[in-house]
Every structure is written in structure tokens, then in C-alpha cells.
Write a protein that binds this ligand. Structure first.
Ligand code: ADP
Length: 448
């Protein structure tokens, strides 16, 4: 007889793990199925942090923020295309999700900022390290404590659907055997499709030839599986390119470097845009440069406040020099231009007024303490905002906006929340917020 569980979770990124833990704590017997050989999905690569407004950690640091402002800035960043009902749930529930993590031993107590936000609301580990690895290792500890079953190297190929409701999944396991697992609830948390270049180019021919920052499991299979049982989709052409990607390795250079005070400089040695604008706008400006790449430039002060910078140095991405003049020489850049650029940026910091480019945030300190650093970057495919349609309980909706009984989805596989452009720090918030909700909804449906 086939195995049976109350809830099957497809995908072991942040959304899937949060959902599994929550469903287990609601009393459900839970199985996680992951097609790759490791846990963590693309979430493990998340760098900057988790956005939330009106949190305990903001209050501790004296940061005054409002959910309303967070909502407005996410909507503006998303080019006003966001599903406003889901976005309301997102903003309202974000502080609880930060507390949920803390209750599970995953404390995000340091705070920084990302492009398109006006206030420090991006929560990250106390040591300013990347959020992804920290999050996944903390969630895995919670899985282990609960003895939640995980099948690695196993793909869900189909969701079973009988008599008007989901009844389980069909799997292909690590030995290529087809298996059936019965379950009343299935949570699809399979992530986005940035690593499926055919699918990306199908929706966006202009993205032909772009590298991607995503892990190779980000192929969008979960969307097709849900479509087969009638799921609707939304915003499939809304695909984000991230402005700062090291092209040789497709490695993402975190927004936390700019958030810590770095600038973007062209080959001509000049700033060319407000570095703290949203990802869509910054990417467009880099592509518009004659050379189609730029440098993230920072100094020793920025490096010491960002763990990620040391990682980039270790990986060999960073060109460094004791002075701006020597840095320019190494970059084959006009040193007069670079010196003038740094000088006028430092004046903007001093006056807290960037007259030239209108940067309003992360004017933290002048760039003047050697060594000086540069990383050559260009945009890469980073996030797919589109995906399946859900309601605020994470139930998957069909093309007529009707609930598909027993089908739940959370995380990047879902469309609508981020509209036309996802703000940095909103993906980690999304996966935790909606992962918890999915775990709760799926368990209560299965155990009703
Ligand atoms: P999110 O950020 O939404 O949690 P991630 O990309 O971090 O998404 O994680 C999604 C996970 O789902 C990845 O580890 C991916 O390998 C896995 N996955 C994708 N499709 C399938 C599938 N058909 N069966 C099992 N696992 C899948």
C-alpha cells in the first residue's frame, strides 16, 4: 500500500521548511520531498535579509517605521502591479514572522536597508552575515528536532487529484522508481524558474543570454504540476534582473554592500545613477552604459561592516588597492575621474544631500579609508515575480479564482505579491510569512 501523510511539502527552500515545521507543530504528519541532493533550495543563496516593519528589533535600535510605509514602498517598487490583498497580508504578518523565527532559535537582530526602501527594515543575523545559510541551518535544526521525514533526490512529477480534491503526489525517487504518496494536503514550495532559461526567454525574449544567480533547481516545475490540476497563473512575464552579479561565476554581489555605503562606478570612473534605487531601474542603467557593466566601489569601512565582502575577497572577485589612484590604474580607469567621483560622493555624504543623483539612503560615511575595493558586475536573472495564484490562506486558486481543495503554495512559486519588481529583502519575508501560513492552512485542512 502507498505511504500516507497528512501533508506533503514539495521543495525544501525557506518556504517549504517553514511550512513543514508549522504543519508538524499543528499535529500533522509531514513529508518533505526535494528533487536536489541537498536541502535549502535557492533560499540558501539569499544574501541581504528579511524585511519587516514595526518589529521589536527596530524598536530596540530606535528605528521608527510603519507597516503603511512598508506597504507603500513595496507597491511603488512593484510598479503598482502587486496583488494588494496578498501584499496587505505580507506587510501585516511580517513582524510575527520575524518573531516566529526568533522563537525557533533564528534571530535576525541586525538591520540594514535595500534599494527602494526609505528605512532600515532589512533584518539579518547579528554578525551581519548572509541570511540564507543562517536561515536554512536554523530551520534544519528544527526539522531534526521534530524528526520530520525528508526525501532527497526525489521529484514530485504530479499531484493526485480525485473527486474534486487533492489526494497525494506521484514521485520519482533517487533510484528512479515511481512512487505514490497519499496526503490530503500538498504544499507546493518549489521556488521560481530563473534557472530555466528556455522558460525565461519564452516569457521575456529580451533576457536571452543573461546569466542567472539561481541554483540549478530553480526550473519552475512546480508551476506546471499545479497548472495540470487547474491552477491559475499571474505575472509570468515579470522577471527581475539583479543589477550586481559577478559574471564569471554568476555570483550575486549583495545589495548589503551598497546598503552599507558602496557606490556604482562606470568604466569612465563616474557614478551614473542613484545606487539605492530599485533593482529594475539600477539594472536598466547598467545595461544602458556603453560597456554594459559597472563596478561596485567601496572602502575599508564598508568592508568591515559586511561579512559578505570578505567572502567576495576570498572568492577572488575583488580588486583592491591602497589608494583610489592605484585602484583606478588596476581597473584601467581614468584616475582623475575616479578621484573626482569619490570627492563629490563624500561631499554628498557630508551634506546628507546627493544633489547629482538623488540618493537618499545609505549615505553612511565617506569613501576615504584604504584599502579601496572594486567588484566588476553586470545584471543577471534573479527572481521570477510571476507564478501560481493563491488566496491569503495560501490555497491555490484556479483560473476562476476558486480554491483547489487540498492544494497550497508558498514562496517564489506564487505570483502577484511583488508585482513588477521585488524589493531586496522581500523574498525572505515572503517565504517565511507565507510558508508559516501554508503550514497552518494545510494542516488544519488535512486534520479537520
Ligand atoms: P522558496 O524560496 O520559495 O522557498 P527555493 O528555491 O528556496 O524556494 O526552494 C524550492 C525547492 O524546491 C528547491 O530546492 C528545488 O530543488 C525544489 N523543487 C523544485 N521542483 C521540485 C519538484 N518537482 N519536486 C521536488 N522538489 C522540487
Amino acid at each position: 500500500a502507498p505511504q500516507s501523510y497528512d501533508v506533503v511539502v514539495v521543495g525544501s527552500g525557506g518556504a517549504g521548511l517553514a511550512a513543514a515545521i508549522q504543519a508538524c507543530d499543528e499535529g500533522a504528519r509531514v513529508l518533505i520531498v526535494e528533487k536536489m541532493s541537498t536541502i535549502g533550495g535557492n533560499t540558501i543563496k539569499a544574501s541581504v535579509g528579511m524585511n519587516a516593519a514595526e518589529t521589536r528589533y527596530q524598536k530596540l535600535k530606535g528605528i521608527s517605521d510603519s507597516k503603511e510605509l512598508f506597504y507603500q514602498e513595496s507597491l511603488k517598487g512593484g510598479q503598482f502591479k502587486n496583488n494588494t490583498v496578498l501584499l496587505k497580508t505580507f506587510v501585516e504578518t511580517a513582524p510575527q514572522a520575524v518573531e516566529w523565527l526568533a522563537d525557533h532559535g533564528i534571530e535576525l537582530s541586525d538591520i540594514t536597508i535595500t534599494g527602494g526602501m526609505s528605512i532600515d527594515r532589512t533584518h539579518r543575523p547579528a554578525d551581519c552575515s548572509a541570511v540564507g545559510g543562517f536561515l536554512i541551518s536554523g530551520l534544519v535544526k528544527n526539522l531534526n528536532k521534530r524528526n520530520i521525514d525528508v526525501m532527497l533526490d526525489t521529484s514530485v512529477t504530479e499531484i493526485r487529484y480525485e473527486n474534486g480534491a487533492v489526494s497525494g503526489v506521484e514521485l520519482l525517487n533517487d533510484e528512479n522508481e515511481a512512487l505514490t504518496v497519499l496526503a490530503k494536503s500538498v504544499i507546493v514550495a518549489t521556488g521560481g524558474f530563473s534557472a530555466n532559461s528556455e522558460m525565461v526567454v519564452n516569457y521575456r525574449p529580451d533576457l536571452e543570454g543573461f546569466v542567472t544567480t539561481n541554483h540549478q533547481g530553480a526550473t519552475g516545475g512546480g508551476i506546471a504540476i499545479l497548472q495540470k490540476i487547474g491552477a491559475g497563473t499571474v505575472d509570468m512575464g515579470e522577471i527581475q534582473i539583479h543589477p550586481t552579479v559577478e559574471q564569471g561565476t554568476s555570483y550575486l554581489i549583495s545589495e548589503s554592500i551598497r546598503g552599507g555605503g558602496a557606490i556604482l562606478v562606470s568604466q569612465a570612473g563616474k557614478r551614473f545613477f542613484n545606487e539605492m534605487e530599485t533593482r529594475d531601474k539600477v539594472s536598466a542603467q547598467i545595461i544602458a552604459l556603453p560597456e554594459k557593466f559597472a563596478y561596485v566601489v567601496f572602502d575599508e569601512q564598508v568592508r568591515t561592516k559586511n561579512k559578505a565582502a570578505d567572502e567576495y575577497i576570498a572568492r577572488g572577485f575583488v580588486i583592491s588597492a591602497p589608494s583610489p589612484r592605484e585602484l583606478a590604474a588596476k581597473l584601467d580607469m581614468d584616475h582623475h575621474a575616479l578621484l573626482a567621483t569619490l570627492e563629490s560622493f563624500n561631499v554628498a555624504v557630508e551634506k546628507q544631500n546627493d544633489e547629482e543623483f538623488g540618493r537618499k539612503t545609505a549615505l553612511r560615511q565617506p569613501i576615504h579609508e584604504g584599502p579601496f575595493y572594486a567588484i566588476r558586475i553586470a545584471p543577471g536573472v534573479h527572481h521570477t515575480m510571476g507564478g501560481v495564484t493563491i488566496n491569503t490562506e495560501t490555497s491555490v486558486l484556479d483560473g476562476q479564482q476558486q480554491v483547489i481543495k487540498g492544494a497550497y503554495a508558498a514562496g517564489e512559486v506564487v505570483g502577484g505579491i511583488h508585482g513588477g519588481n521585488r524589493i531586496g529583502g522581500n523574498a525572505v519575508a515572503d517565504i517565511i510569512i507565507f510558508g508559516i501560513l501554508a503550514g497552518r492552512s494545510a494542516a488544519s485542512y488535512a486534520l479537520r
